[in-house]
Design a protein around this ligand. Structure first.
Ligand SMILES: [Zn+2]
Length: 255
C-alpha cells in the first residue's frame, strides 16, 4: 500500500482501522490504514483507496467517512478532500443515528433514514462542487471600534502617519510611557477598523498569528490575504491557505 504523509492536525486524533471495500456483490476486500477520529462518535475520516488489476491498493487523493465498527464507507462524495470528509462526518452526526452501533442496527435502508442521508449527501456534494466548506461563518470581516492612534506632534492626522494603533486609551498611554516620547499625541480615529479571519466555522484562523492586525480599509486585509495564499469565496468570505487546500475538489481517479 502507498505510504501516506498524514495531514492530521492536533485537534484530530489519528488511530487505525480496517476499512472494507465492496468488490463483488457478495464479497468485500479489506485494507488496514490510519484514520482520524471525528467529533461524531462511531465515524472516522479515512483515505479513499482503489485497487488496480494486480491487487495493489493506491490512495486516490480523496478522503471519505467510514463507520468505525464495520469499516464500511458511509460518505458518498468520491472527490472529497480532507476538509470535506470532516464536514461529511459532522453532517452525518446531525442525523438521529447512533453510529457506534453495529452496521445492521443502523437501519440505513429504511425510507426515512435514506431520505435524511440523501439530503446530507446533497449538502456535501454541493460544497465539494463549489470547493467551499459546508459550515461557514457569515463573514470573514469583523468591524472593531475606532482605534487610538499615537502620533508625533508634527505628523498626522492621517492613520498612515500613526506610530501605533491600539484598542484603548490606556494601551496608547502605556506605549507612550514605554517609548518615553515627549512630542507624541494620542488621537482617537473617527472610523471603525477591520479584522479578518478564515470563514471556515471550525477554523476561523486570524489573518496574522502574532496578534490582531487591524486595518482601516478592508482591501488592505484582502491584499495581504491574497499574498498569504488565502482564497476568496465571495464578497464577504475568504478561506485561509490551509482550508483553501483542504476544501478543493480532488480529481476523480481510479473509480
Ligand atoms: Zn481556515
Amino acid at each position: 500500500m502507498t505510504t501516506l504523509d498524514f495531514p492530521f492536525g492536533a485537534a484530530y486524533e489519528p488511530t487505525t482501522s480496517t476499512l472494507r471495500f465492496p468488490t463483488e456483490p457478495r464479497d468485500t476486500a479489506s485494507a488496514h490504514t490510519l484514520v482520524e477520529l471525528t467529533r461524531t462518535p462511531g465515524l472516522v475520516v479515512a483515505p479513499r483507496f482503489t485497487r488496480d488489476v494486480t491487487g495493489a491498493w493506491t490512495f486516490t487523493g480523496a478522503w471519505q467517512v467510514a463507520h468505525a465498527r464495520s469499516g464500511m464507507a458511509v460518505s458518498a462524495a468520491f472527490t472529497a478532500g480532507l476538509g470535506h470528509a470532516r464536514d461529511a462526518a459532522a453532517l452525518l452526526g446531525e442525523l438521529e443515528l447512533d453510529w457506534t452501533r453495529p452496521c445492521d442496527e443502523l437501519r440505513l435502508t429504511e425510507p426515512e433514514v435514506r431520505r435524511a442521508l440523501i439530503a446530507q449527501h446533497a449538502r456535501l456534494r454541493a460544497a465539494v462542487g463549489d470547493e467551499r466548506p459546508v459550515y461557514l461563518t457569515s463573514s470573514s470581516f469583523r468591524q472593531t471600534p475606532p482605534l487610538y492612534l499615537v502620533y508625533d506632534a508634527d505628523a498626522g492626522p492621517g492613520w498612515s502617519d500613526a506610530e501605533v494603533a491600539v484598542e484603548s486609551w490606556n494601551a496608547a498611554a502605556d506605549h507612550l510611557e514605554a517609548i518615553d516620547w515627549p512630542d507624541a499625541v494620542i488621537v482617537r480615529d473617527e472610523q471603525p477598523w477591520w479584522l479578518m479571519h478564515c470563514a471556515t466555522k471550525a477554523c476561523q484562523q486570524p489573518l496574522h498569528d502574532d496578534g490582531p492586525a487591524w486595518e482601516p480599509m478592508r482591501h488592505l486585509l484582502t491584499d495581504t490575504a491574497a499574498e498569504l495564499g488565502w482564497r476568496r469565496l465571495d464578497q464577504r468570505r475568504w478561506l485561509c491557505a490551509r482550508c483553501s487546500h483542504d476544501f478543493r475538489e480532488i480529481p476523480a481517479r481510479g473509480l
